[in-house]
Design a protein around this ligand. Structure first.
Ligand SMILES: [Zn+2]
Length: 245
């Protein structure tokens, strides 16, 4: 596979957050190991980090242009968060179904290192909206959090990201959607444009076989075995009303 790896910031006019550690230093340490790991595993890697930019916007534009010109199969942007010194944990951003699937895998690997699970989230980051291929933005953990920085280990984080990016074991394994209370299957934002208003489907408690599921901010996007429900295979369901097994 051809990966586009974007080492967050590290480019004059585009510097990362300052915390207990500098974001620039951490993304570079982790990103360079991820690149080596992927190459060792036989993948082609395009380093999308520019060397110089006239402005932050130019830095971001160069990153996505590189990925688009090189036609990479998948794009991953590596970052570290910063907030108020109290917030901690890992979160991964994605806008597409494929992106979300990989984001879940990367998140799972990072959480296994002991970081708090802040979930897979949707936000229109420039690098996600301007790349032509599935893309994720990883906020590994918080560079201003004593809790996170005590756990920081560049090799462990890079190995976790590599595993999440390359592991296909979670693909298309049949799963069970366990509905705990009466709820609704909702259409996705793209689907809703072609549907009459209120096209939610009632769903009774029970076990339903599904092909796949992706967690997206309080909801699961679940892929049904067939399109027997409202002629569509994919539905959103409130995560608080169900479990995936
Ligand atoms: Zn950043």
């Amino acid at each position: 596979m051809k990966f586009g790896i974007d080492i967050g910031h590290n480019c004059p006019h585009d510097t990362g957050a300052s915390g207990i550690q500098q974001e620039d230093k951490l993304t570079k340490e982790v990103g360079e190991i991820v690149i080596k790991n992927l190459q060792k595993a036989g993948h082609t890697v395009i380093n999308c980090t520019p060397k110089f930019a006239n402005a932050l916007s130019d830095s971001l534009r160069q990153r996505t242009e590189k990925a688009n010109t090189e036609k990479v199969d998948f794009y991953a942007s590596i970052h570290f968060n910063a907030s108020n010194g109290i917030a901690n944990g890992t979160e991964v951003y994605a806008l597409t179904k494929k992106g979300s699937e990989v984001a879940n895998r990367v998140l799972e690997q990072l959480v296994a290192l002991g970081f708090r699970n802040r979930g897979v989230k949707i936000l229109n980051f420039f690098v996600l909206t301007n790349t032509n291929m599935p893309a994720i933005l990883i906020e590994c953990c918080f560079c201003d959090s004593p809790i996170d920085m005590a756990k920081y280990n560049a090799v462990a984080i890079a190995n976790a990201i590599t595993k999440g990016l390359t592991d296909k074991s979670g693909d298309s394994k049949p799963q069970t959607l366990v509905v705990k209370q009466p709820t609704f299957l909702k259409p996705s934002t793209e689907q809703v444009q072609n549907l009459p208003a209120g096209s939610c489907i009632s769903l009774a408690p029970g076990n339903y076989p599904i092909l796949n599921s992706y967690f997206e901010e309080n909801h699961y996007l679940v892929e049904w075995i067939d399109s027997s429900k409202a002629n569509r295979r994919e539905h959103f369901i409130f995560a608080g009303h169900c479990q995936i097994k």
